[in-house]
Design a protein around this ligand. Structure first.
Ligand code: CO8
Length: 375
């Protein structure tokens, strides 16, 4: 089977940012107003007052300092607390397709490829703007790519599962060059009125060009040595949005059931050992000593989680170079996080260096991509 390389990556970063301080000010204004509205019920013991958020907690619990968003004013308005995005008619490009086209153009330039060199588009993300037509097919149209496109969703692991799907197609000969995009508007799916999770997510889009090694010309090549994907059902990260919503007796009304829900503590405790073990076993099965990995580009949800996995895999405290984090600037961007880390922290590696892109999240799902820098 033909060897496959990642020959270019691109990142679309939204212009607007929200710092933890701005976020907490908006949340606390909302919570104070709610508590005032419910003052009598709170005094009577019928309603629990909303607790205030704080910056120190957010940074200590997650390592996040700020996030990029597609719309800041709506999120920070205590009367709205979600992004406000302009209505587009059906003839206009979708917002996710637009983000993806920007990231894809950057990835194609890095890979020294033109749209006519590409024969498939995969849009791998945790929330798609609509069910159909596929975002990938719209991106294909906007870029002028022949062939085919499809959407896939494995939540935070969408990108690594997408890389495996693309690599398998190229290896087997059904495609020569594939672009995979990961548009994530997590701000639209996050409940900004919930103190336990309002700080977690941000928006971004990443893109990865994969092609047969024999055709690749760029100087940013990483050969895909091996991929491994795993899923194990869990309700600890979930949302109940979907086309069946209106059919449920309790399916209309408050928006909370349409948004991201998680039992963060449980996720942390259960996912960390699964990921550490899977990375160690995958490397060992490939004849790679995991402690000799030059770099780990991990899913970007929580700094302590990444530190823990890094220590387990490398058998020592990873340096910032060995295990780069970007979550302090971007927050959790779901499927895009490990790809941002890879895109921004891989060019310095010498030929022959070994690394692993590893994502994990809802499902549960874990995806590994072991890569070697091509000289
Ligand atoms: N300010 C002040 N105090 C707070 C706040 C806040 N904002 N939030 C919670 N607290 C309080 C709690 O009430 C609790 O108080 P008490 O001890 O009195 O009960 C205390 O702080 C501790 O709360 P937690 O136990 O919740 O805090 P943790 O230390 O566990 O930290 C985290 C919370 C940061 C969420 C942590 O648990 C975590 O990162 N877990 C892992 C999360 C993860 O990896 N999730 C998977 C990724 S998501 C995914 O897969 C993609 C899904 C699809 C994408 C969706 C796009 C939107």
């Amino acid at each position: 089977m033909r060897p496959v390389v990642i020959s270019g990556t691109g990142v679309f970063t939204p212009r607007e940012t929200i710092t933890n301080a701005e976020l907490v000010t908006a949340f606390n204004a909302y919570a104070t107003a709610e508590n005032e509205t419910n003052a009598d019920a709170i005094a009577a013991g019928d309603v629990e007052p909303l607790a205030m958020s704080n910056e120190e907690f957010i940074f200590k619990a997650s390592g996040i300092q700020q996030r990029h968003v597609m719309n800041k004013s709506g999120v920070l308005d205590p009367d709205i607390m979600h992004p406000k995005l302009p209505q587009r008619d059906d003839g206009e490009p979708g917002i996710m397709a637009e983000m993806a086209v920007d990231a894809a153009r950057k990835a194609l330039a890095a890979a020294e490829r033109k749209p006519e060199d590409v024969d498939a588009v995969i849009c791998a993300a945790s929330n798609h703007e609509r069910a159909y037509p596929a975002i990938a097919i719209e991106v294909q149209e906007l870029l002028g790519i022949q062939g085919f496109g499809f959407d896939m969703n494995v939540a935070c692991s969408s990108a690594t599962f997408g890389i495996q799907a693309a690599a398998d197609m190229i290896r087997s000969g059904s495609a020569n060059c594939i672009i995979m995009v990961n548009p994530e508007i997590c701000s639209g799916h996050l409940e900004w009125r919930d103190r336990d999770c309002h700080f977690i997510f941000g928006d971004v889009c990443t893109a990865v060009v994969l092609e047969a090694k024999e055709n690749a010309t760029s100087d940013e090549q990483f050969e895909i040595i091996s991929t491994r994907c795993m899923t194990k059902f869990s309700n600890n990260i979930r949302n109940n949005n979907g086309f069946l919503r209106r059919t449920r007796p309790d399916g209309v009304g408050d928006r909370r059931d349409m948004q991201f829900m998680q039992n963060g503590r449980q996720v942390f405790k259960q996912v960390v050992p699964i990921v550490s073990q899977m990375v160690v076993e995958h490397c060992t099965d490939e004849g790679i000593d995991p402690t000799k990995l030059d770099r780990m580009w991990l899913h970007q949800a929580n700094k302590s989680m990444n530190d823990f996995i890094g220590r387990k895999v490398l058998g020592r405290e990873p340096t910032r170079e060995e295990q780069p984090n970007i979550l302090q600037d971007y927050a959790n961007t779901s499927s895009a996080g490990s790809i941002i880390a890879f895109s921004q922290n891989s060019n310095d590696l010498a030929a022959g260096a070994l690394g692993i892109i590893c994502s994990f999240g809802a499902g549960y799902s874990v995806g590994n991509v072991i890569v070697r820098r091509v000289g």
